[in-house]
Structure formats: C-alpha cells, structure tokens
Ligand binder design. Structure first.
Ligand code: C5P
Length: 399
C-alpha cells in the first residue's frame, strides 16, 4: 500500500513514543521507508539505537550535529520525503508548529518542509483540552496540517479522556490517505489571490480591502485534491497555504508577469482583487508638501486585465479559466455579462454589498455561472466554497 513512499517520522518526547517504534515496523511492512528524527525529549523514552535498528537506517538527532548537517541538512531532510509524520505530536511540538518556532532539528524541519504534515497528538487529557493547545490545534488545521487521533481512553498518567496517541495501524491508514493520489494529481492549477498595491511614490500606494482569504482557501483545496498549485498572491492579510508554490507580487503588472511565467496550466482561478488603475509614472522619491498648499495630481492608467488576457490566449490557454465577479447589485446579470466580456469559462459571482458581511468575512454566498446557466450555492464558509469549487474543477478536468 505504501510501496516506495518515503516517510520522515518525527518522534516527540512523550510516553507514547514507544508506540512509534511499532509504527516504524508497520510502515515498513507496507513498503514505506522511514527516516526517523528524535527530539531530545524523545530520547528519554526511546533510544536512538532501537529506533535505528527498526528503521534500518540512520536516526537524526540534533540540529547542531555538524556531521549530520554535512551529510544531510535539515532542509534536505525536510524535502527528501513524501510525507512528514509527527508521532507522538506533543503539546510542545504542536505549540512550536503553530507558532513557527524553530530551535531544534524537529521544529526546523517542520518549518522548512514543503511536504504535507500529518500529526498524531498524544498528551494528558488536561493538556489536550487546554485552551492554548486547542488554539494551536485550530491554527494547525487552518494551515492544512493533517491529524489522526488522539483517541479517548485510559492514559499512562492514570487519567481518562482524549489524549492517547492513535494506534500505529490507524496512523498507517492516515498515512495512506494522505499519500493517496487525488483527482487533480498531475494537474497544474494556477491561482491568483489577494489585492494588488499600486505605488504612488516609494512610501504610498493604492490598495483595496481584499484579505486573500477566498483565494488562499481555493489554493489549499486544490492542493488537497493532489493538484500542483502555483499561487500568485498580492500582499494579502492571510498567509499562503502549505504545499503550494508561492509567487509574491505587489502590482497588477507584476501579477500578470508572474501568471505568464507560471503557464502552462490545466486550469486557472483568478481570485485576486486586481486594482483597475495604476498611477502613471509613480514618483521615484517621496512626494513632499512644499508649503504652498499646491496639491499633487495623480494621473491614472488602466491596468492589464489578467483574467481577460489569459482567457483570450490563442496558444497555451488553460482548458478551464475561472474568474470572480464581486458585485453589489444585479449580481447574476452583471456576472453573466462579465463571463462573456472576459471570455472565461466559469464565473463565481458574489454579492459584496456591506450588508452581506462577505468582504473580509469568513463566509461567502456564490452563484456559479457557466455557459450552461447559473447555479446558486447556499451561504457557506469560504473553505467550503473552495472545496466545492475544487471538486467542480476536478470534475470538469476529468471529462
Ligand atoms: O472586472 P472585475 O474586477 O470585476 O473582474 C473580476 C475578475 O477579473 C476576477 O476574477 C479578477 O481576479 C479578474 N481581474 C483580473 N485582472 C484585472 C481585473 C480583474 O484578473 N485587472
């Protein structure tokens, strides 16, 4: 089931670490190779020797081991795997992951990896339920970290409740699920997201209120279905998802250049709120008040329409081009007209009048407009909109 798959297994310092030795055996029985990494605390529970013997390979132990760093550094380790598994994921490791701390080999690998991460938490029930841990868990889920367990039951510390590490076979199953090829595997999908910033001078710019939340959720949902995602993002409020190729831009022109550089793609989703205009010849130095009361005059030029440009491509146009239409009135009629005008295949239309609370909020109510007509989706979270769109894209590319 896991033939040829490479698992980087980070073992945290908890009593459940003894089960991770069995996990190594079970993963290898399924055909996977396992490279173990022990935290210092883990070495209090299992020995490097037994871990190494079961994995039949070298065990990586400490960030500042110069020999290890010379042989295979933490960056390479984090990349030379198909999946990173953290078992047991202690409260400490989860806290580090959620907050971006990187002060030992395990946490540095977790920050440096471009692969999906599966955690198998294990800790005392009070620690598991502690608001700090629950906050960290919510952050990790938002970051796209996968999880198996914890189970509920008697704990080594004598208490009862959720906190036991999932059994090794359940973890093996979760590893299989994480590595299963999704319906979009082998497909390249381009996503634009966030606002653009159009400079006035080196310190001032014109922007809009897009948070990048919907585009980020779409990129994450596409990656979760196995797509190879290029995520071209303006300066957004929300961080980009894990497991995608991130290209950061500021202006509309830079976004168009990045999109052209990322093509070809099987599908493209243009979720960015691109500024319609830029300031002609932005000043190279800060515009100053000169005391005379004379006001600066800004002259505008139209920005390239990225969606329309890609939709009109004669060569190398993605098979499916999806745009957004944020409208405040006559949503469907305006969006249908936009579909024609821009030449894209689908438009996701939404009502962004202030009363809806959609702009900058966590929910969205959209209508999918295609050549076949309009399909109203019920109001749902931006994550759910993203999942539904990703599934629809997978369906369309499969036919
Ligand atoms: O024209 P409007 O901004 O309403 O169009 C929205 C759609 O067009 C969005 O999908 C947006 O990402 C895309 N767009 C673009 N480049 C622009 C303006 C809009 O790609 N310059």
């Amino acid at each position: 089931m896991l033939e040829g798959k490479r698992i980087l297994l980070i073992i945290g310092g908890g009593i459940a670490a003894f089960k991770s030795l069995d996990l190594i055996r079970r993963l290898r029985e399924q055909g996977a190779s396992v490279t173990p990494v022990l935290t210092r605390a883990a070495e209090e529970f299992v020995t490097p020797l037994s871990t190494s013997a079961l994995a039949a390979t070298k065990v990586y132990r400490d960030l500042f081991d110069l020999t290890d760093e010379a042989e295979m550094g933490h960056i390479e380790l984090s990349r030379a795997a198909d999946l990173v598994v953290v078992a047991p994921a202690t409260a400490d490791l989860m806290g580090k992951m959620a907050n971006g701390l990187a002060n030992d080999l395990a946490s540095t690998i977790l920050m440096a990896t471009d692969k999906r991460v599966l955690i198998a938490p294990a800790m005392n029930v009070r620690m598991w339920l502690h608001p700090a841990n629950q906050r960290n868990l919510a952050t990790l889920e938002k970051d796209g970290v996968l999880r198996v367990g914890p189970d509920e039951g008697d704990m080594a510390c004598g208490e009862y409740g959720p906190g036991r590490m999932a059994e090794p076979m359940a973890i093996v199953e979760a590893v299989g699920d994480a590595l299963r090829d999704g319906p979009l595997s082998g497909r390249h999908v381009l996503v634009t997201s966030g606002p653009t910033h159009e400079p006035i001078d080196p310190v001032r710019y014109i922007a809009n209120r897009s948070s990048g939340a919907q585009g980020t959720a779409i990129a994450r949902a596409l990656a979760a279905l196995g797509a190879d995602v290029t995520f071209v993002t303006g300066p957004a409020d929300v961080p980009p998802p894990g497991g995608v190729t991130v290209v950061r831009v500021k202006t509309a022109q830079e976004m168009l250049d990045a999109v052209n550089a990322a093509l070809p793609a099987d599908a493209a989703v243009f979720a960015a709120a691109v500024a319609d205009w830029r300031v002609v010849s932005a000043s190279g130095s800060k515009i100053k008040k000169d005391g005379t009361g004379k006001l600066p005059k800004l002259e505008f030029a139209e920005n390239p329409d990225i969606l329309a440009t890609v939709s009109a491509m004669q060569n190398g146009r993605p098979a499916l081009v999806v745009g957004f239409a944020a409208e405040t009135d006559d949503v469907k009629a305006n969006a249908a007209a936009k579909l024609k005008r821009k030449g894209c295949d689908w438009i996701l239309a939404n009502d962004v009048s202030p009363a809806t609370g959609i702009m900058g909020g966590s929910e969205n109510a959209v209508t999918l407009i295609t050549a076949k007509g309009a399909e109203d989706w019920p109001r749902m979270s931006k994550d759910q909109v993203a999942n539904r769109l990703a599934a629809a894209i997978a369906g369309a590319l499969a036919t």
